[in-house]
Design a protein around this ligand. Structure first.
Ligand SMILES: Nc1ncnc2c1ncn2[C@@H]1O[C@H](COP(=O)(O)OP(=O)(O)OP(=O)(O)O)[C@@H](O)[C@H]1O
Length: 303
């Protein structure tokens, strides 16, 4: 079995590359390593591996965006087994999917490797995209967009305070975000929501760096869960956020959850979108978004 590392040097606000250099010194088995040069490069590299017949263990060295690219490219490629060494900022992928924390664990795994078929989410609008953990629209995507476009993040990254940028933009966006109207089609019923803060479709429980937004999600049931947060005054949203880390936000009547094979979402104004926490443009009034568990499963390392 080939062992391939794919390292995103930008992950973890740039800390991933340093972590990789230290990690690489501890590896005592034959392997190949690729450092990504641009967004989308990990997807390209794994697509090339998928087209070759060799059985490979592909270990992503990065965060949720890196792992989305790797899992998406490995979907339907049964000869590729995927795992991660968490090196991003939020690392929600590693909270549910297989990950290694040191080279010895990898060494032990490759003595008797096995894969575990795992669901991947699919969202179809004007294009079709796959997500590993979650994808959605609204407040959280607006924060991701604001942070990525700010000069402040680059400046705070330089002094290793990148996470502070998120906190600053959560507070700023709390006062500037325009809530929207949402129509959800699920299991042949149509639901309308006003004053919506966010709608997130989850394949696994975690998003946003450890928030247990969808406590009942499983990556082995062929289902996705939709969480809609609506009708909350601005400051009460902060109170709800405080409970998301434990998963008890679901007790609020303003938090509604569905579990289905398929959802179709429509909005009344352009709303920011995210895919596994990375900004993904805008949901538009003209375009319905269809979410479903893809028929293409991927293999994660069975630990
Ligand atoms: N060389 C590169 N230059 C710029 N961007 C890159 C490069 N390589 C990968 N990327 C992009 O960087 C984005 C962010 O990476 P990733 O999500 O893994 O890290 P993170 O944001 O620190 O972690 P998390 O999502 O867990 O908070 C990914 O979407 C990926 O496409």
């Amino acid at each position: 079995m080939k062992i391939i590392f794919i390292i995103n040097p930008q992950a973890g606000n740039g800390a991933a590359l340093l972590k990789w250099h230290k990690f690489a010194k501890t590896i005592d088995f034959s392997h190949e390593a690729f450092i990504t040069e641009f967004s989308g490069h990990a997807f390209q590299l794994v697509s090339q591996l998928a087209a070759q017949p060799d059985k490979s263990l592909v270990i992503g060295f990065g965060g949720d965006g890196t792992m989305r690219e790797i899992a998406a490219a490995a979907a339907s490629a049964g000869h590729l087994i995927i795992a991660s060494v968490p090196a991003g900022s939020g690392n929600d992928f590693a909270r549910t999917f297989s990950c290694f924390s040191n080279a010895q664990e990898i060494q032990r795994y490759i003595e008797s490797p096995a894969g575990l078929a795992t669901d991947i989410g699919q969202v179809t609008g004007t294009t079709e995209q796959l997500f590993a953990s979650s994808s959605g629209i609204g407040f959280d995507a607006a924060v991701a967009q604001a942070v990525n476009h700010s000069r402040m993040k680059r400046w705070l990254n330089k002094i290793r305070l990148g996470k502070l940028a998120y906190l600053i933009f959560v507070i700023k966006t709390l006062f500037t975000f325009q809530k929207f109207q949402l129509t959800v089609e699920a299991n042949e019923a149509v639901h309308h929501f006003d004053d919506v803060w966010l709608a997130t479709v989850s394949n696994q429980p975690y998003f946003g760096g450890g928030m247990k937004i969808s406590p009942c999600s499983s990556v082995h049931d062929g289902l996705l869960e939709l969480t809609v947060v609506h009708g909350l005054p601005r400051l009460k949203l902060l109170a709800v956020f405080g409970t998301v880390f434990s998963g008890s936000h679901t007790n609020f009547s303003e938090v509604v959850q569905f579990s289905e094979k398929r959802f179709v979402l429509a909005v009344d104004r352009p709303v920011p979108r995210h895919m596994d926490g990375d900004e993904a443009g805008m949901a538009s009034v003209k375009e319905e978004l269809e979410f479903r568990a893809s028929a293409k499963q991927w293999q994660q390392a069975k630990l």
